[in-house]
Design a protein around this ligand. Structure first.
Ligand code: 13P
Ligand code: SF4
Length: 340
């Protein structure tokens, strides 16, 4: 039995400022009363089973504020996965993030509760595609975004996240780079290098994030008409017109940091709605303008599935990697930690 159980009012305090339009992301005290029993059951099981819950910022707020031990972007969560002493990690996100935790923690049980655990970027490329590309570009250093499967990472030289892609690509001692799988992030990286006067041959693959590719310049122009002082903050998975017209570009955790430190009141956050919900909860004095988009993969995580994973995991919940693939993928993540 947990020493302190979460009460409905404590949960409501965290969730009451979240107003994202969709009724799934709005909370009343009554809704919190319904959520609290399952939240307390999960928290008890976590203690009993020596488990921790890692949740990406895109996950539903009742999971973030009810049961998670670590919250953040892919880079922060991969570092958190390295430091935890727990024997089980429940990774509330999508498969590639759970695989990253397993690559770093082969001795731990890693569970993924998501019913839809894919990602349009990770699913856009496979290991065979990378092998073909390597034959075509034998002199290039292959950089993969963390949004890739363990098998794809195993075929590359270094992994990056949205928090460190520019820095790593700049510091790599090769002027020939192949970046995969995001075509927008690849183009943004190329533009960044050009602006910095760094001469590197940057090739990139054709994948996209189906959430971020939906944003267009009209989203910025509409907001600027009504709120001329609003800061435009975007994720590097957005297209180059958006990125070039933003006040700040970075990973979801860096976007949060920018909002925290910037003395403006209004912000347009061009990324998934989960981050906006987190910002509304943590910075109620700031105003989010415009709209956000939901990722069906991230949003397929529920409290019920987390409970099922902790009680009685199904074979599909468990991350299992063959050792040669894990070791080759690990090298690319260790290389990221060295460069980032
Ligand atoms: P971050 O690492 O910036 O959180 O991005 C992950 C992701 O999937 C963005 O769509
Ligand atoms: Fe993948 Fe896009 Fe969803 Fe992120 S938001 S997990 S990149 S589909």
């Amino acid at each position: 039995m947990l020493k302190t159980q979460m009460t409905a009012s404590q949960l409501y305090e965290k969730l009451k400022n979240i107003k994202l339009g969709a009724s799934v992301c709005q909370y009343s005290l009554k809704k919190c009363e319904e959520l609290v029993p399952i939240i307390n059951e999960i928290n008890e099981l976590k203690e009993e089973k020596n488990a921790v819950i890692l949740a990406h910022s895109y996950i539903s707020p009742e999971i973030i504020y009810g049961v998670s031990d670590f919250v953040g972007d892919s880079y922060k969560l991969s570092k958190d996965a390295l430091t935890t002493k727990a024997s089980t990690i429940v990774f509330v996100a999508v498969r590639f993030m759970g695989e990253t935790a397993k690559i770093l923690n082969p001795e731990k049980e890693v569970l993924i509760p998501a019913v839809l655990d894919g990602c349009s970027l990770a699913d856009s490329i496979n290991a065979e595609n990378v092998k073909d590309l390597r034959r075509q570009y034998p002199d290039h250093t292959f950089i993969c975004y963390i949004n890739t499967s363990a098998q794809v990472k195993a075929e590359c030289d270094i992994t990056v996240t949205s928090a460190n892609v520019y820095k790593v690509a700049k510091d790599i001692p090769n002027d020939k780079i192949y970046f995969l799988p995001d075509k927008f992030m690849g183009q943004n990286l190329k533009n960044y290098m050009d602006r910095q006067g760094i001469k590197k041959d940057i090739k990139f693959y054709s994948g996209t994030c189906y959430v971020h590719e939906d944003y267009g310049m009209e989203d910025i122009l509409k907001v600027k008409l009504e709120y001329p002082d609003a800061k435009i903050v975007s994720h590097p998975e957005c297209n180059s017109a958006i990125v070039d017209n933003s006040d700040f570009v970075g990973s979801t955790e860096q976007m949060l940091g920018y909002m925290k430190e910037t003395n403006s009141r209004q912000f347009l956050m061009l990324t998934e709605c989960g981050l906006s919900a987190r910002l509304q909860s943590e910075f109620p004095e700031k105003q989010l303008v415009g709209s956000c988009t939901m990722c069906k993969f991230m949003k397929s995580n529920t409290l019920e599935d987390i409970l099922r994973c902790l009680k009685n995991p199904l074979p599909k919940d468990r991350v299992i990697l063959d050792e040669p693939t894990r070791l080759r993928a690990l090298k690319t993540i260790e290389a990221m930690f060295r460069y980032a």
